[in-house]
Design a protein around this ligand. Structure first.
Ligand code: AHR
Length: 508
């Protein structure tokens, strides 16, 4: 009996994972730009998503849905990337300015060949960013554009004095420049951006970057090179070697959590096997950042160039049915788990990752907002809630975390079940924890001795089933609720994370 009791106590003790939070003078600030978003002319992201037009019955501001504006302001989105993606290298910005009725059309060749009327253009996007109090990130056209076209765009958006482009801007109703800081020089230059080699793109980049910002970049423009796809380390190596570092502020990286490009699985009708594979891909982000950073460290030991993960998220088969426009997918607890672990990885690598953009904001891929094409209803996805819970880390100082995660085991394979990141800002400590195990809870003991914590509160996002999601008829099935299941005693914060859960604690 005694032996049995001791054994059971032992097994309980073994299940508790001890986590050390180690504040450090050298710890980086978590850039708020890690919490960025991405809106491409693709499916119903812009047209029929954000933008319904000034004459729509849906309440709107300059044609953009008010409910979307409110939701994104609440989310505190720090930046928004536009107009693509692949679309960016087909986009000619001058077609999207001036009277809407005079604008030429554009065929969206990458995404369904639909004809767009260019009614959402530069003014519409940049004015929206002002309303959202977010920084615009414009992706320039290198694939089918010219250096002159991109310089003109910069002058149009940023030049305060007299110039042909600022005159044109004023003629189109905007007196003051918007001062756009973030500029992408092409997108996926290795693929839809022109199928270039890294050597060729490096030279193109150098030319564009030179004219974009002048000799000494006195304008403070932040130039982002089209970066590698997932583990294409050669791409990063060649660009870091061939591009002069005074021409480069950010190096992009794209990585999607996709299990098989030819059979991506349904966004809702999937099994645990698919979930496990998706999470394997999501967690790969850590290794990718590690390895791309090691290459960047070699060429940029002073860590001046940012790693910009400007496309990330889950990618499944497009949903069938009325919402089945290109890349429309539902968003389940699987997506909440991807968001939780990925943001923890970004936070923990805030030394090099200075910006990231979830793909995409509305109705496309791992969207934070979905709108119904027929009823015009809107909903916030589980990913939205995770992004909002985590926004407390924006511009906070990272608290490095050390621990060995319990395992999530499935079919003889295993992944780390728990992921954690922590930060401190204005006297408050925030700790975000994700348990991706589909079946098992995990008990955690956080050693917060060095943080002088006296009380804590928390929020939790959880649901019983992996496939659970919000629908237009039940939009609040998955929303955060208060989390009270923790104890604070003698510098130790103990809590139990239910399966499939995301918890954010605030302690002071
Ligand atoms: O986000 C969808 C597409 O994925 C983007 O247009 C492209 O950059 C990437 O391949």
């Amino acid at each position: 009996m005694l032996v049995a009791l001791m054994t059971s106590q032992l097994s309980i003790a073994q299940k508790t994972t001890t986590v050390e939070l180690k504040p450090s003078e050298e710890a980086p600030t978590i850039s708020k730009h890690i919490y960025g978003h991405f809106a491409e002319h693709l499916g119903r992201c812009i047209y029929g998503g954000f933008y319904v037009g000034e004459d729509s019955d849906i309440p709107n501001t300059n044609g953009v849905r008010n409910d979307i504006i409110v939701a994104l302001k609440d989310l505190k989105i720090p930046n928004l990337r536009w107009p693509g993606g692949c679309f960016a290298d087909t986009y000619h910005w001058k077609d999207g300015i001036g009277p809407k009725e005079d604008r030429p059309t554009i065929v969206n060749r990458w995404w369904g060949g639909v004809t767009e009327d260019n009614s959402f253009g530069t003014h519409d996007f940049l004015n929206l960013c002002e309303v959202l109090e977010t920084e615009p990130y414009l992706a320039g056209n290198v694939g089918s554009g010219t250096v002159q076209e991109l310089i003109d765009w910069v002058q149009y958006t940023n030049h305060d004095g007299k110039s042909p482009m600022s005159d044109l801007r004023k003629k189109n109703g905007r007196e003051k420049p918007w001062n756009v800081k973030y500029w992408g020089i092409g997108n996926e230059a290795w693929g839809c951006g022109g199928n270039m080699t890294p050597e060729y793109y490096s030279d193109e980049y150098r030319k564009y970057a030179t004219f974009l910002s002048g000799w000494s970049n006195e304008s403070g423009i932040f130039r982002i090179a089209s970066g590698a796809s997932s583990s294409d380390y050669k791409w990063t190596e060649v660009l870091m070697k061939n591009i002069k570092h005074n021409l480069l502020e950010g190096m992009a990286l794209h990585h999607y959590s996709v299990i098989d490009w030819n059979n991506k699985s349904s966004s809702t009708g999937f099994e645990e096997e698919h979930y496990f594979k998706t999470m394997t891909e999501a967690l790969k982000m850590e290794e990718l950042i590690e390895k791309h950073t090691a290459i960047m460290d070699k060429y940029d030991p002073e860590n001046k160039i940012a790693l910009v993960v400007d496309e990330w998220g889950g990618w499944y088969d497009t949903d069938k049915g009325p919402n089945g426009t290109p890349l429309f997918q539902q968003n389940t607890m699987r997506d909440a788990m991807i968001a939780g672990v990925t943001l923890n990885i970004f936070n923990n690598r805030a030394d090099r990752v200075k910006m990231a953009n979830l793909a995409q904001t509305v109705n496309v891929l791992q969207a934070v907002i979905l709108t119904d094409a027929e009823t015009n209803k809107m909903l916030l996805t589980p990913t939205y809630h995770v992004m909002k819970m985590y926004n407390v880390h924006q511009d906070a100082t990272l608290i490095p975390v050390e621990f060995e995660s319990p395992k999530y085991e499935f079919n003889g394979e295993s992944l780390p079940a728990v992921s954690i990141s922590a930060s401190k800002k204005e006297g408050k400590t925030h700790i975000s924890l994700t348990n991706i195990d589909a079946e098992k809870e995990n008990t955690i003991e956080l050693d917060v001795t060095n943080l002088g914590i006296k009380n804590a509160s928390g929020l939790i996002l959880k649901s019983d089933k992996l496939q659970d999601h919000n629908t237009f008829d039940n939009p609040e099935k998955i929303t955060p609720s208060e989390f009270k299941d923790f104890k604070l005693k003698k510098g130790k914060l103990s809590l139990t994370l239910p399966p499939l859960s995301v918890v954010v604690l605030e302690a002071k």
